[in-house]
Design a protein around this ligand. Sequence first.
Ligand code: GCU
Length: 676
Amino acid sequence: MRYDALPDEAVELYGSYFSQIAIRESSVVMRQVRKELVSAVESMFGRKPRVVTAKPKKGPLVLLATADDPELAGLAEIGRLKDLPRDGYIICRTEQESGGCIVAAGNSDAGVLYAAFHLLRLLQTEQGLDGLPVAEGSPNKLRMINQWDNMDGSIERGYAGQSIFYRHDKIVRDMTRIRDYARLLASVGINAISINNVNVHRTETKLIAAEWLPSVAKIADVFRGYGVKLFLSVNFASPIEIGGLQTADPLDKQVQRWWKERAEDIYRYIPDFGGFLVKADSEFRPGPFTYGRDHADGANMLADALEPFGGIVIWRCFVYNCQQDWRDRKTDRARAAYDHFLPLDGKFRDNVILQIKNGPMDFQVREPVSPLFGGLKQTNQMLELQITQEYTGQQKHVCYLVPQWKEIVGFDTYAAGEGSTVAKAVSGELNRLPLGGMAAVSNIGDDANWTGHPLAQANLYGYGRLSWNPQLTAEQITDEWVKLTFGDDPDVTETVSGMLLRSWSIYESYTAPLGVGWMVNPGHHYGPNVDGYEYSKWGTYHFADSRGIGVDRTTKTGTGYAGQYNEPVASLYGSPGTCPDELLLFFHHVPYTHRLKSGSTVIQHIYDTHFEGVVQAEQLKREWLTLEGKIDPSVFRETAERLDMQIESAVEWRDRINTYFYRMSGIPDERGRTIF
Ligand code: GCU
């Protein structure tokens, strides 16, 4: 959204169209479309466009309108709009009338907004308009961002400063930054946001009460202009904590009434309120279990309160026993979400969506895809990703996650035969369900560059683009982001794209090996600590001893987790001979001498990847340095500094991991490199 001046050639080709914009400001969204376009055109073409509300007889011009606008009558292309989803749009060129016209038409106001951003993106990435017409629509009804912001201004797992929403237990008054954020999100198709941490503490519990609703409504007003619906995370024990009741039992009539009244109140302030996001019976948060009820009882009670207003409940499946005894080898945290929620399939109201983390554990650099996606058949579901890099370098390391997310959405669950991808499960297509989509934990804060690491912006951008269209390739998304951010210099595009696309695999290579996960410092989760979680209550073990490592999750001899998948995936993961190398230790306990498909032994793989990971981290730095003078100096410096932190941390990871496993196994490195 830099809207840099376009090259002369583009100005010559398109300048006349963009000298005149026809748009009716029939809604707050259409007003923002007009504003965005006018300021973008002024800055790209160097001239303020003339804005008219009715289409003039003569072109050239750009016309923005919704499908029902009479100005579009008779335009052949517009007929295709009805085949597109609700926020779908078409951009086309008509040369019939004198001067010609570029039409950006949407099925809804938000569709027009997305069309406008698409048009601007084409110009900014210098693709020009030769590729028109384009027709797009998202298969995902919800494309959501979850803020984990607390009202004291802190952000749970935030690595880019303080909250842009709250400070000192209050909602900020100056909404400039929030407005900018809404623009950023809309530009990549995001249409929903929850604005407070899923761990709803004392102060935040009151966000649904009269005290805070007027201020929450002001935030909702800002997002509304950009087609983004506002949600709140709620505390399941609210009836007790702020309602003065003795219980939060979902089957209690008073409790039900209390939530209904809350809903009425909220919708008085925010008529298009999205609904509630709920973390219940998870990591010490209250929930229906306290009252001997299940998650369907809890979610349905809230859903009934919101239903008259069109609201929905997004209920998280991150439910497991976080008080496990490490000596207990039967309990397996990986099984928990499936074991809790599969028996409830079909018991949830139509306005409930289950939000499922991508993997069965917790956003590790490598995990298998949660088997719930291929299990639930009668329940709306949503994929939860983590943009904030809690376990992937905390925005000190460059770790571009789009390639990981592509694997996740493309994963075949075989729920209804081959091709039953996660993308289809969460869009609702697979099981013909009405609601669904994607959500992701945000990585932004009040740092001037939004994300701490300048290159971490690519993750936010990439998430938005992917949630709009899961079919886009990682390369397409990367290319767009790099061009939009750094311009069109081929050196820069090639270097930065190359760095981003390799970064996840580089990060994986010097951290926990072969899918085993969790070798991080407890609490803050940064940096290596092989046994940090080994004897804890969190259910996160690797079971390394002098002979081998890994978790036996097979059905025959292990926890049975592998059996939660449909065939042929269950069998694939169920045997060390067929299990993909990168997930071997997630599913199997094997000796260090076990030979991988790559030909290497497990121990040699550990040494090789850890040595190579540091070499690659250093290489990232070298590549970045070649761009000096071609990148904004402050972005260049900030990134170079972070690459130094990454190298330092990668060295620490390499040496700790290699030394630990050398001491455990007693097997030396075949290549005789230094291990301490
Ligand atoms: C992780 C994370 C927590 C977070 C939790 C969740 O465990 O470390 O900070 O609250 O996930 O997703 O609810």
